[in-house]
Design a protein around this ligand. Structure first.
Ligand code: XMP
Length: 320
């Protein structure tokens, strides 16, 4: 049973001191690797890990082909400014090979997990002579996985899986007692710029969690383009998270006076404190219309744009 530390209870200085000590004790004189996706959790754990281990920590950004437009460049330049070197590891072919022909949501999540942990990190850990992987799992990831709602890509021990036995290395999760609001508070105390600690959440399985059905490079590119529009138009409205989803079904539309059996994009925009419950943001109708127009312009083949108006629960934040 993990003891939760609420954002209100969290004393960042004391927490940082304790976790730095714990990381140093576990890793000893050895080396560790940490995975940085650029989200709030992994950015915060990267800062914590560097404080604890300095040059003995190698930070990698896995380019899995499922990230948002310009993400690798943006994240590496943010961290360069903070004095943290980030290695970009190109694993696009491996991820798309693992996702080929897979359309069931949990099977997709499992394919991503195995490619990350067994294949890519397994190899990196061996190559670098490290024994530990440091990552930003938080309590909400654990809760939903244990409850059987979604297998979050980064949860093992709480499912009775030993990473040491399954993948050959240990996993350290210093943020596992916190939720998103607590992580933001900690990230700020660790010196992350506001653009990073206030970033909207982004899931580990990345854009593949936003493609219903098979996540092919072409379908990921469609949702990537729609995401760019959604993030540009919906930032600054105070929402917790906003995203675009590509549906599997096609619908009949009209283009240039002819029938077009086209694609559908669903927009979701959530008000939430910690992702456990969420409600759709009451966006002005004019903004919804602008979203539809710009998504149709930006993403070839789209004839329908919808806005999700259901709460979590029974909805979830991501579609997959
Ligand atoms: P759901 O879709 O379960 O998402 O309502 C709750 C929050 O978690 C994020 N999310 C993930 N984060 N690994 C992560 O690190 C995952 O596999 C994963 N799936 C969902 C989601 O973006 C939301 O903020």
């Amino acid at each position: 049973m993990i003891r939760e530390i609420t954002a209100l209870e969290l004393r960042p200085e004391k927490f940082i001191e304790e976790k730095v000590e714990e990381i140093r004790c576990s890793v000893g004189g050895g080396r560790a690797i940490n995975a940085l996706s650029g989200g709030v959790d992994s950015s915060t754990v990267t800062m914590l890990g560097h404080l604890a281990l300095g040059e003995r920590l190698t930070t990698v950004f896995i380019q899995n082909g499922l990230m948002r437009a310009g993400e690798a460049e943006q994240v590496t330049s943010f961290f360069r400014v903070l004095g943290v070197p980030v290695e970009v590891v190109d694993a696009r072919e491996e991820f798309f090979a693992a996702l080929k022909g897979v359309s069931d949501p949990e099977a997709k999540r499992e394919a991503i997990t195995q490619t990350f942990y067994r294949d890519v990190f397994g190899r990196l850990i061996r190559e670098r002579g490290a024994k530990y992987l440091l990552q930003g799992t938080i309590l909400t990831d654990v809760d939903e996985t244990v409850a059987g709602i979604k297998r979050q890509h980064n949860v093992f021990a709480q499912l009775g899986i030993s990473p040491q036995e399954a993948f050959g290395y240990h996993i350290l999760e210093p943020l596992v007692q916190l939720r998103k609001d607590g992580v933001r508070k900690l990230g700020q105390a660790l010196g992350l710029p506001k653009d990073l600690f206030q970033r909207i959440p982004f899931p580990g399985p990345a854009l593949s969690a936003r493609v219903i059905g098979e996540a092919t490079p072409e379908r990921i590119e469609m949702v990537r383009k729609a995401t760019q529009v959604v993030e540009r138009l919906l930032s600054g409205h105070g929402a917790f998270q906003y995203l675009a989803i590509l549906h599997e079904d096609r619908v009949t539309g009209i283009r240039d006076g002819r029938r077009d059996f086209g694609r559908q994009i669903e927009v979701r925009c959530w008000d939430s404190v910690d992702a456990r419950e969420a409600a759709p943001t009451r966006l002005p109708f004019g903004l919804l219309e602008q979203l539809a127009d710009e998504i149709i312009q930006a993403v070839p083949g789209v004839v329908s744009v919808t806005y999700n108006i259901a709460n979590k629960p029974p909805s979830t934040i991501e579609a997959v």
